[in-house]
Design a protein around this ligand. Sequence first.
Ligand code: AMP
Length: 187
Amino acid sequence: MIVVLLGPPGVGKGTQAAALAGQEDGWTHLSTGDLLRAEVEAGSELGRAARRYMDAGDLVPDEVMVGMVADRISRTGPDQVLLLDGFPRTPAQAEALAAAAPGGSIRLALYFSASDPVLEARLMGRGRSDDTREVIQRRLEVYRETTAPLIAWYRDQGILREVDAERSIEAIQEDVAGTIRSVLQEA
Ligand code: AMP
């Protein structure tokens, strides 16, 4: 099963996905931001091309992103849980995900929500190189314009669940794990 984690930058999707993948057998965390940061770190051609978008808070082009994850997505087995963190971020990526995913495997989209002041405080506390005030503003803007429409897209498909992400990490984790387990059992 593929679980799409939606929500603004700083909402804690990555923290939750990493914790759940560490705790549950067969659950995997796939973060496109982490993949890109590894490419930047390695100094690869892709990393060099991606870096200027990331440093500006803009999105890396869709074809690059789809090329990075399509194969991994297509290999998701029925007993696995693939936690997709940071992908899709545009309608074109959502279409590409639907095309690459095994039939019927996208059964849950979790929308992590928190207020802007909470997000900004979390982002400023993180200290990543793209976590400066200006870049944060740009990333929130890109999120609202380009990524947020995916919430309605998944709601229309009847697979969206909202998660109140202002609670403690533990409370959110328990809630999310329970939701994923219940959707797994419905299969
Ligand atoms: P994240 O770690 O998810 O916040 O991603 C960090 C940065 O990587 C973003 O601000 C984008 O520049 C880039 N990025 C990550 N995932 C994607 C994606 N699915 N589409 C386009 N750009 C992405």
